[in-house]
Design a protein around this ligand. Structure first.
Ligand SMILES: [Zn+2]
Length: 116
Protein backbone atom coordinates (compact mmCIF):
# COMPACT_ATOMS: atom_id res chain seq x y z
CA UNK A 1 0.00 0.00 0.00
CA UNK A 2 1.13 3.56 -0.71
CA UNK A 3 0.48 6.04 2.06
CA UNK A 4 -1.96 8.62 0.60
CA UNK A 5 -0.36 11.41 2.61
CA UNK A 6 3.40 11.05 2.20
CA UNK A 7 3.42 8.69 -0.79
CA UNK A 8 5.77 6.23 0.84
CA UNK A 9 5.14 2.53 0.39
CA UNK A 10 3.99 0.79 3.56
CA UNK A 11 4.64 -2.91 4.01
CA UNK A 12 3.58 -3.74 7.52
CA UNK A 13 2.86 -0.89 9.89
CA UNK A 14 -0.41 0.83 9.02
CA UNK A 15 -2.36 3.41 10.92
CA UNK A 16 -5.96 4.44 10.50
CA UNK A 17 -6.20 8.07 9.47
CA UNK A 18 -7.80 10.24 12.13
CA UNK A 19 -9.33 12.21 9.31
CA UNK A 20 -12.15 9.74 8.80
CA UNK A 21 -11.11 6.65 10.75
CA UNK A 22 -11.21 4.51 7.61
CA UNK A 23 -8.33 5.61 5.36
CA UNK A 24 -5.15 3.59 5.82
CA UNK A 25 -2.02 5.68 6.14
CA UNK A 26 1.51 4.95 7.29
CA UNK A 27 2.41 4.78 10.93
CA UNK A 28 4.50 7.98 10.84
CA UNK A 29 1.76 10.03 9.22
CA UNK A 30 -0.55 8.63 11.89
CA UNK A 31 1.76 10.09 14.51
CA UNK A 32 1.88 13.41 12.65
CA UNK A 33 -1.93 13.50 12.55
CA UNK A 34 -2.12 12.79 16.25
CA UNK A 35 0.28 15.62 17.00
CA UNK A 36 -1.53 18.04 14.73
CA UNK A 37 -4.91 17.25 16.29
CA UNK A 38 -3.44 17.55 19.74
CA UNK A 39 -2.04 20.99 18.97
CA UNK A 40 -5.26 22.08 17.27
CA UNK A 41 -7.84 20.58 19.59
CA UNK A 42 -9.59 23.90 20.13
CA UNK A 43 -10.10 24.19 16.39
CA UNK A 44 -11.50 20.68 16.04
CA UNK A 45 -13.56 21.01 19.19
CA UNK A 46 -14.35 17.28 19.55
CA UNK A 47 -15.28 17.10 15.87
CA UNK A 48 -13.64 14.72 13.44
CA UNK A 49 -11.30 16.44 10.97
CA UNK A 50 -13.50 15.42 8.02
CA UNK A 51 -16.31 17.49 9.50
CA UNK A 52 -14.05 20.55 9.50
CA UNK A 53 -12.08 20.33 6.26
CA UNK A 54 -11.71 18.51 2.96
CA UNK A 55 -9.16 15.76 2.49
CA UNK A 56 -6.76 17.72 0.16
CA UNK A 57 -6.32 20.41 2.80
CA UNK A 58 -5.88 17.83 5.55
CA UNK A 59 -3.39 15.93 3.42
CA UNK A 60 -1.37 19.07 2.65
CA UNK A 61 -1.26 20.06 6.33
CA UNK A 62 0.06 16.67 7.42
CA UNK A 63 2.45 16.47 4.45
CA UNK A 64 3.69 19.93 5.37
CA UNK A 65 4.53 18.69 8.88
CA UNK A 66 6.55 15.96 7.20
CA UNK A 67 8.46 18.54 5.12
CA UNK A 68 9.20 20.60 8.21
CA UNK A 69 10.44 17.50 10.03
CA UNK A 70 12.66 16.68 7.06
CA UNK A 71 14.10 20.20 7.00
CA UNK A 72 14.71 20.00 10.73
CA UNK A 73 16.47 16.65 10.35
CA UNK A 74 18.64 18.00 7.55
CA UNK A 75 19.66 20.94 9.74
CA UNK A 76 20.74 18.56 12.49
CA UNK A 77 22.52 16.39 9.94
CA UNK A 78 24.48 19.36 8.61
CA UNK A 79 25.43 20.29 12.15
CA UNK A 80 26.63 16.74 12.83
CA UNK A 81 28.51 16.69 9.54
CA UNK A 82 30.36 19.85 10.46
CA UNK A 83 31.12 18.44 13.90
CA UNK A 84 32.46 15.23 12.41
CA UNK A 85 34.59 17.01 9.83
CA UNK A 86 36.18 19.23 12.47
CA UNK A 87 37.03 16.36 14.84
CA UNK A 88 39.77 14.36 13.11
CA UNK A 89 40.29 12.23 16.21
CA UNK A 90 37.20 10.23 15.25
CA UNK A 91 38.01 9.75 11.57
CA UNK A 92 38.50 6.14 10.61
CA UNK A 93 37.68 4.85 14.09
CA UNK A 94 34.96 2.34 14.88
CA UNK A 95 33.01 4.93 16.83
CA UNK A 96 33.46 7.44 14.04
CA UNK A 97 32.03 4.99 11.53
CA UNK A 98 29.15 4.27 13.86
CA UNK A 99 28.40 7.99 14.20
CA UNK A 100 28.53 8.42 10.43
CA UNK A 101 25.98 5.66 10.01
CA UNK A 102 23.83 6.95 12.82
CA UNK A 103 23.92 10.51 11.48
CA UNK A 104 23.47 9.43 7.88
CA UNK A 105 26.71 11.00 6.66
CA UNK A 106 28.11 9.70 3.40
CA UNK A 107 31.78 8.91 2.70
CA UNK A 108 31.82 11.61 0.01
CA UNK A 109 30.99 14.44 2.39
CA UNK A 110 33.06 13.35 5.37
CA UNK A 111 36.80 13.57 5.88
CA UNK A 112 38.47 10.23 6.29
CA UNK A 113 41.93 11.38 7.28
CA UNK A 114 43.39 9.91 4.08
CA UNK A 115 45.27 12.11 1.66
CA UNK A 116 43.35 12.93 -1.48
ZN1 LIG B 1 2.70 8.50 5.33
Amino acid sequence: MICPICGIGVKTKYALSRYDNKTNICDLCGQREAKFIWHSHSYFDEKKPNEKMKWPLWRSIIANILERQKAELEKVRQYNLEWYNTHPGWWGTKTGEMLKKHWNLSDEETNSGEEE
